[in-house]
Design a binder for this molecule. Sequence first.
Ligand code: AMP
Length: 310
Amino acid sequence: MPVLIVGSIALDTVKTPAEEHADLLGGSASYAAVSASFFGPTQLVGIVGDDFPKAHVEYFAQRGIDLAGLQQVPGQSFRWSGEYMLDMNTRETRSVALNVFEHFTPHLPESFRQTPHVLLANIAPALQSHVLDQMTRPRFVVADTMDLWITIAREDLLKLLRRVDLLILNDSEARLLTDEPNLIKAAALIRALGPRFVAIKKGEHGCLLFGDPATGEFFACPAFPLANLHDPTGAGDCFAGGFIGHLAQKDAADGNHAAPVGFDALRQAVVFGSVLASFNVEAFSLERLRSVTEKDVQKRFEEFRRFSQF
Ligand code: AMP
């Protein structure tokens, strides 16, 4: 079963306390699509300018990503630049240039419109909704967002949330969205806005998954203990991509599509998302995922299982 991913495709400049690199392959959809491609067929929807290196498009193609929804138009690609502080957790955005993104309207090829699993990676919520408008009701829709949209496009985001099964956001974004400092209460408030499930990421402290509290649907996933973190950019997007990719793979294997997606499948998907994120931060851009194999992914999943047992 394929997954559909829409989001940004970018050229990033990233500075850490140790290194700085310019014009790297980045963007929420790039990270998410490469991560999802470890689990099965992946469809990418996004836009790039005519400056976007061919090698990056070839990399997507090598990963088997369906590029029928990739628009390449005259102009400059979306560019983002960020700087990490010493703790590698705090990030400052140095610049954002929307460029071709400014007039982007996601257009879904006919072959993408019935895809059952959808990841609306980080872009403006109105564009995320526009993708859903073009689809017959998908089986499971995941949306990612960021503080910017919570602040400047709250109404659009609230409209989107009514159509989403699971919202992914980090702890500070959950607090900003709900105005509630306690994350357990914040998750309940988000569920009341539409999504049946909420995944709250806590950076180096892992991730919390919330479902129906009445049936005890709660899961805490640790983060992989990493001594050598080189570039945290895209960790959240890799998490989301690994999550939806694994969910689709498991759903296809289970075959029972009359039943709604269950919490156990989501719990496993959270761990696989964390696995992909943990690999990705070991190098800049998507470099680390170039050498990771499916066997490596499985091995790290088992390590997560081992160190979470008690
Ligand atoms: P993350 O580290 O998971 O927050 O994602 C970083 C990626 O998001 C970078 O590769 C950026 O190109 C991309 N990005 C940054 N700002 C935006 C934005 N406003 N809309 C879409 N993508 C963005």
